[in-house]
Design a protein around this ligand. Structure first.
Ligand SMILES: Cc1cc2nc3c(=O)[nH]c(=O)nc-3n(C[C@H](O)[C@H](O)[C@H](O)COP(=O)(O)OP(=O)(O)OC[C@H]3O[C@@H](n4cnc5c(N)ncnc54)[C@H](O)[C@@H]3O)c2cc1C
Length: 289
């Protein structure tokens, strides 16, 4: 396997893009070979919705739809691609991932695309209790939304329905608050026809495979790799930056963390650094709840 690491060094990015750290080469091997290793593998574990009918053919995690679709656009050949042409598509979750599913389904020629969100429709303008520069909760109109599709709020998905193992619809209910929790309201259920459902309900953290067993890096209760104030995990010389340490976030944070982590690694290796560290691992957008 050490030979493989040598290959990684000599063959450059063409080879490196195909290496799965943790399996093709272990984190421990990398750590032995290099004085510092940065885990920047993102937060890719998707949040599931374990309700009746979850196993029906047609219910997919969003990334299982989006990644192959991107590969096809990039000119690769993908077998068994999930394709939305002529299909009724329901997207669960109204965030960036859901918007990407929406745009992709339209480009595939879906018969209809409906996005369901359990919360209420956010206001179009910044609410008084979220003044600048706090991060406001707003009704977002991404370019994908401008292209069409229906957006339904306050919709709780209670069941996937189907026939012979194949998805035919999504049973949703209106919601009501009971004891501070938003719950499905009895008697309001209806079925939305669906051939495909994409679960874009967020991510529960970094993929742990290999990281814990191979270099004993710990995870916190939110599924993120823990780090100290200098981006180092509990294992000396192993650092973590981006979504893997912060949780699913935004590209600007990943860029800023990458730079700050580089400075931390430089200081670890050289004893001091002049590199900029634009953010600390604990920094967050200013929010008013
Ligand atoms: C569908 C979707 C839409 C988004 N839209 C937006 C948006 O519009 N605007 C915005 O600001 N942010 C958006 N985000 C969030 C943004 O993409 C992330 O916050 C950002 O990319 C995190 O950067 P990162 O470098 O930490 O991780 P990533 O960008 O996730 O990069 C991780 C890399 O590590 C690789 N990798 C993972 N595991 C291994 C392994 N074991 N071995 C080798 N390589 C590995 C992956 O293939 C990937 O290339 C979106 C996220 C998703 C999922």
């Amino acid at each position: 396997m050490d030979r493989r690491i040598e290959q990684m060094k000599t063959e450059g990015t063409r080879f490196r893009t195909g290496v799965a750290v943790g399996t093709d080469v272990t984190w421990e091997q990398l750590r032995r070979r290099y004085d510092a290793v940065v885990i920047a593998t993102g937060a890719t574990v998707p949040r599931d919705l374990p309700i009746p009918g979850r196993d029906f053919d047609g219910v997919h995690f969003a990334m299982d739809y989006l990644v192959p679709a991107n590969r096809v656009v990039a000119g690769e050949t993908v077998e068994n691609q999930i394709h939305a042409k002529g299909k009724h598509v329901v997207i669960l979750g109204g965030g960036d991932t859901g918007a990407d599913c929406l745009g992709t389904a339209h480009r595939h020629g879906a018969a209809s695309v409906t996005t369901l969100a359990i919360g209420k429709q956010p206001p179009a303008e910044r609410a008084g209790h979220q003044p600048w520069p706090t991060f406001p909760t707003l009704f977002e109109m991404a370019s994908a939304h401008e292209e069409g599709g229906e957006r339904t709020y306050l919709a709780s998905t209670v069941e996937f329905v189907g026939e012979n193992g194949k998805l035919t619809g999504v049973k949703v209910a209106e919601t009501e608050f009971v004891d501070g929790k938003r719950l499905p309201k009895a008697g309001t259920e209806r079925i939305i026809p669906a051939d495909l459902v994409f679960l874009s309900l967020g991510f529960t953290g970094a993929e742990p495979a290999g990281i814990t067993e191979q270099v004993s890096a710990e995870f916190d209760g939110r599924g993120n790799v823990t780090r100290d104030g200098y981006y180092m995990t509990n294992t000396e010389g192993i650092f973590v930056a981006g979504d893997a340490g912060r949780g699913q976030s935004l590209i600007v944070w990943a860029i800023a963390e990458g730079r700050a982590c580089a400075a931390a690694v430089d200081k670890f290796l050289m004893g001091s650094t002049i590199l900029p560290a634009p953010v600390a691992p604990t920094d967050r957008a200013i929010a008013v709840l």
